[in-house]
Ligand binder design. Sequence first.
Ligand code: MSP
Length: 648
Amino acid sequence: MSDSKVYYITTPIYYINALPHIGNAYTTIVADTLARHHRARGREVVFATGTDEHAEKVLEAAGREGVPILDFADRLADGFRAAWARLDITYDDFIRTSEPRHHRATTEVIRRMMETGDVYRGEYEGWYCVSCATFFPDVEGETPTCLNDECRKPLERRKEPAYFFRLSAYGDRLLEHFERHPDFVRPEFRKSEVLSFIQSGLRDCCISRSSNGWGVPFPGDDSQQAYVWFDALINYLTVTGWPDDEANYERLWPCDVHLVGKDILPRFHATLWPAMLMALGVPLPRTIAAHGFWLSKDRKISKSQGGLVSVDELAEELTSMVEVERDVAYDAVRYFALREMVFGQDAEFSREALWGRFNADLANDLGNVLNRSLPLIERSFGGVIPDGVLDPDIAASVQAAARLSTERVDAFDFRGTLEAIWESIGKLNKYLDTRAPWNLVREADLQPAKDCLLTTCEAIRRLSVLLISFIPHAAMEIRSQLGLDPVVSGSISEELAGDARMAGVKIAWGKPIFPRIKVPKVKPETSAPPTQPAAKSEKQAATVSYEDFAKLELRAGTCLSAEPVEGADKLYRLMVDLGSEVRQVVAGVAQAFPAAELVGKQLVIVANLEPAKIRGVQSQGMILAAGGKDPVALVTLDRPVENGEKVR
Ligand code: MSP
């Protein structure tokens, strides 16, 4: 990887017949993560995405709506821009194939290729899939269907004068390029499909069709326009300013990474495109990285197949399930996508898996580190991070996560990167379990508590630098809570070098960034007939069976903080440490006890109470107190036990 050149990264340009769903959002999320990560490593990045507008199906979609094609295209392109804005995608250029700059580049490519004889006039006769915008010259039968397994729509017979690209001349040179550049296609296992496609013999490729007024006109032949895939691939050059802006072209090209889905790798990105570049005498991109498909119940999620889930829908659902900032909900979807999919392979999408990751990784693992340290600093050190000595094991585990992050992002192993970061978060949680700073703050010598809290805050600061490319808003929120500038000013290596920087920093602990979500219960397929009401009312007598009592999960938990709930003078929002997790509990004891009296006390919590929203604040349990509606005494334990210990 050369460091002087701008790191240039692209996504495929998207067909605008519908708005993005989780499948194509994934490509963009990966590209954005890569772009952010390389910027965080101190490199200048140009990240381009955009829309592929000249497809026949786009014209058809506009026709169905009865809208002029340009208005339709503007609306859809704006829809894509808005969708990416909600996900905070940090692209530098948004290319539309209907733009003059792209028509200029495409025309020039064709003109040059006609000059060299790489493009020639002939006649095309064969089958064409409108939906996939792909020609299939070899299909047999009277009414064949598309060869793409996910499509299978009827093919149309086409016979027309057409221009061809001399692809057949490039097979050997392509194979040689693969041989010489082992990193050309990533991950490695995706290469074999490409090689066998090339080895099976390449035919010349039809690159024009009769003009329908919606495409790049063929230079010198008004009856024809460029085939949509031929023009679409050229977008990667258009963005550089080719052929007019030589300086910018030199700055960006060759492209560092074309990110694509596996369906558009063998035929288009790893064969046609490099052959086109060879014909033009333009160097090939460094790497084409292909990911697998998101499947819903084993089928590809796609615009034409249905089963669509948009990231907006998922984020919206999360915000309705839990008190979480909208940007953070989008981050949670990003996290899920990057963590769940092994880059290159297919992955199954389900909401349950998203919610599971949210609770386990974000609310529990990451959330607990914050929720167990920051309220304690607030309470015991006036909100100022104390000075101390860093724990060498924790410091080393964060450095290891940083090293692995860089290595794994370079190998497109996003899941592995997050695993490395989460391993370090796991170590930090274990460290907090064993040190138990909430007990150390009661000791006469406060130094061990100070060492522990400084170690934790410094580790979180460093982890926030690694996390910012993956979950940007949550990472910025973490930094704000730590009392830091949410924007990281230095490069990763600068931020992770040197001594601890957190001592003396005034924190700004607010509320949990990722409260646990209440996962909806799956409704039974068939509902049982109602049971006899008489039997039920007998059960509601003054006594309960032991089985019923045993259903209650009572646990010991230390109250870490108590804050008034806005607009409700009886309520506190408590953070309670239950050992393996910190819960937010709303308790109606504010008039009976000053906050200071609650904090540090080990209370008894009803831990399996259904979560509820009280005055808009999520409550995940209940504390026990005597005195009914007007509590007079708290239920505590007469000697300390491990937090989370069951109470019977
Ligand atoms: N317009 C072409 C690309 C031209 S690039 C010069 C195209 N557009 S697309 O909108 O149909 O698809 C864009 C990307 O979304 C592709 O990389 C495709 O693989 C990806 N995905 C579409 N459905 C997908 C899933 N269900 N899962 C993961 N990605 C998939 O192709």
